[in-house]
Every structure is written in C-alpha cells, then in structure tokens.
Design a protein around this ligand. Sequence first.
Ligand SMILES: *[C@@H]1O[C@H](CO)[C@@H](O)[C@H](O)[C@H]1NC(C)=O
Ligand SMILES: *[C@@H]1O[C@H](CO)[C@@H](O)[C@H](O)[C@H]1NC(C)=O
Ligand SMILES: *[C@@H]1O[C@H](CO)[C@@H](O)[C@H](O)[C@H]1NC(C)=O
Ligand SMILES: *[C@@H]1O[C@H](CO)[C@@H](O)[C@H](O)[C@H]1NC(C)=O
Length: 374
Amino acid sequence: MVKSIVLNVLSLFTLVSIGFAKNVSDVKDCPALSRRTPSISVNDLRADDIKVIGALGDSVTAGFGIMGFDKNSPDFIASQKSKLEYRGLSYSIGGDGGADTMPNFINHFQPKVFGASVGSRLAGICTADKCNESHKPRIDILNGALSGAIAMNLDGELDYLISTMKSTKRIDFENDWKMINIQIGSNDMCGACNTSYMDQVTPEKYGDYVDSVVDRIQSSIPKVIVNLLSSFDLSQLFELSAANSQYCVTRKDETGDAGCSCAANSEGLKKMKEFSKGYDQKLLKIYKKHRSNKSNSFAVAYQHCNLEFSKFSMEFFRFTTLDCFHPSLKGHTWLSKAFWNQLFLPQSRKPNRLLFNTEETIYCPTDSDRISID
Ligand SMILES: *[C@@H]1O[C@H](CO)[C@@H](O)[C@H](O)[C@H]1NC(C)=O
Ligand SMILES: *[C@@H]1O[C@H](CO)[C@@H](O)[C@H](O)[C@H]1NC(C)=O
Ligand SMILES: *[C@@H]1O[C@H](CO)[C@@H](O)[C@H](O)[C@H]1NC(C)=O
Ligand SMILES: *[C@@H]1O[C@H](CO)[C@@H](O)[C@H](O)[C@H]1NC(C)=O
C-alpha cells in the first residue's frame, strides 16, 4: 500500500516534470527541452531551434520611453531622457539581462540565440517621408525598428536586417533558423488624419507594404519564420487618457496630440479604429496566403492580439506621461508574455482578446509544443 502510493507520487512527479505544461513567473523555472536533432522544417520548430531573432517595427519595438520621461527637467520634452529608446527592454526583441522579452525566453531553451537589441540610445525619430535614420548596430543588433516608422518604411528597415544578418560572423545565414517579429501600424493609424501622407496609410496601402516586405523576407532570407503581430488600436488609449487628465500631458497639444493627428477629435478616433481593424484584416490575409502555399523553409505566424486598452489599468503606461501610447516597462513585460504564450497555440485556440495583467505567467513549452503556424 505504502509502496504503491510512493510509486504513484513518483510517477506523477515524473509526468509533471517532463510531460505536462506549466506556467511560471520566471522563465528560468521552465524545464529544459529534451535534446533532439534540429528541425529540418519550419512546420516543426520548437523554441530551441531558433538561432537568430530579429524585429521590424516602430517606436514601441524600438523601446521608446519604457523607463519614462524626466518630468522634473525644466524642459522635459526636450531633455535627453525623454528621447531614449530602451532597446534592451523591448518586449519582442530586447535582450537585457533579466528582462522579460521574447529573445530572453528563447534564450532559456537555446542559449545561442542571437540578435536581441541591448541597452539604450537616443531615438532617431523618422517621419513617413524621411525615415533613413541610421541604425546603431552595437545596440540595435537585429532590431530594425525605427521610432516614427509606418508600414511604408519597413522595406528600409529590412535592408538593415538583411545586411547585418549577412555580415555577422556568428550567424550561419544559410542554415540557422530565424524568427522575425513584425509589429507596425500605430503611426499609420495616427497619420490617417495628416494630409501630408494620409494616402500612404490606408488599410490597402498598409497591406501592400507589409505583404511586399514579407515576400522579400521569403525570397532573400533562408530558413525563416515571420511572426506578424496585429496592430494596436490606439484610439481606445486616447479615450482612456482623456478620462485621466494627469496622465497624458501633451494630450491637449493643438498641433496634433502627441504627434497623433487623428487623436484630436472623435472623427479622427473613429478613423483610427476603422483603420486598425482594416490593418488586421490585411495581416490575416497575408498569413492565409502563405498558409495555403506551404514550404519547408518559410512560414508566417499571425498573433491577433486585440488588446483591450479601454479596460487596461494605467500601470500599463504608468511612466509614460509624455505621450499617450508608449507602454511602460510593466507594459512591455506583459506584452512579452502575452505574445509568447500564444506562440504555441494554433490559430483556433489563440485568445481573441488580451487584458493587461501584472500577474501574467510565462508558459513553458514542452517537447511536443511547436511554434504554431496553423
Ligand atoms: C497556463 O496558463 C494558461 C492561461 O494563460 C491556461 O490556459 C493554462 O491552463 C495554464 N496551464 C497550466 C498547466 O497551468
Ligand atoms: C504631418 O506629417 C508631416 C510629415 O511627416 C509632419 O511634418 C507634420 O508635423 C505632421 N502634422 C501633424 C499635425 O502631425
Ligand atoms: C535622408 O533622406 C533625405 C530625403 O529623402 C535626404 O535629403 C538625406 O540626405 C538623407 N540622409 C541620409 C543620412 O541618408
Ligand atoms: C508559393 O511559394 C513559392 C516559394 O516557396 C513561390 O515561388 C510561389 O510564387 C508561391 N505561390 C503563390 C501562389 O504565392
């Protein structure tokens, strides 16, 4: 009797440690994956297959404003700290020690993963028509995101990514499995009310730009999975901040609400909402296009995040008093987990809405989990 109980407890323990998924608060507590021969197909990728990680995007991916703004500075909007990109803390591509980021989660399973951006630097703000701010390779590494970028600028960001991948000795360009996270659309939807480039940010144009950058990744980078993250519907944020006047100091800036032309009135906000939905439909279409044309070395995953900003606590942006949409460190920490956790779920099981939660845990993938493209 006693013996069988001990045996049962033992076997249960073994099952828990090797067979069952669990959620943890520190990725270091995730059990390692059993060794296996690296995958030969993109349809069979585990976290430990990813050797190279890169990203394209805008200021959120660049890590702009994560540690907040120096409100005590006499001219705080112009102060240095107000213009820093904390690239090492960016949820999708940061690699600072101990930060909750996708590269650091992968690193737990594949210590050789390369490409995460580190540390911080002054932002090189780009505008739609002038987005040729040069990268700082030692900090940016494979984070091609540029503050201010719209989908039209992704092609230029990809130039940087491709040339850096090719010239980096640590990268085996032909053979390493690569993952590229793309999140774009915030400046696009804001620009829907700026006459100088509103014709470049329609859902149609947005879709064309993202589609062509994904096609170019397919034709120029071997062995790669593109992870498309849906747009963030910022209109909800401006509504939220209108009800929290302390939080967003430049909200009433007549030149266009923290650089977001559409945030100035309800018609603009309505347009942003509509465009954000339109962008996501285009991303889904791009995902489906590649899903129906399977290959062994290229695939597109799509994470429809549907962030319900209107129900978020202000902690998500707590430090970001300068403008109305850059997430704080808590915000980035949560985003990294929210996106990581759904990476292993098939499309039908991904959550259809996401709510900010400071207690969010990290899913530990098991030997049988794959980065889902289905
Ligand atoms: C892990 O968390 C997810 C929700 O994020 C939940 O659906 C799942 O059941 C949890 N798994 C375990 C083993 O606790
Ligand atoms: C509109 O876009 C142009 C070009 O990027 C920029 O110079 C201008 O400041 C923008 N206007 C507003 C109101 O944001
Ligand atoms: C950036 O682009 C602008 C206009 O497209 C051009 O005038 C400028 O010389 C470029 N700067 C760099 C550093 O390439
Ligand atoms: C399918 O993918 C191949 C490359 O794997 C590409 O050459 C071809 O154009 C694609 N077909 C369609 C219909 O997209």
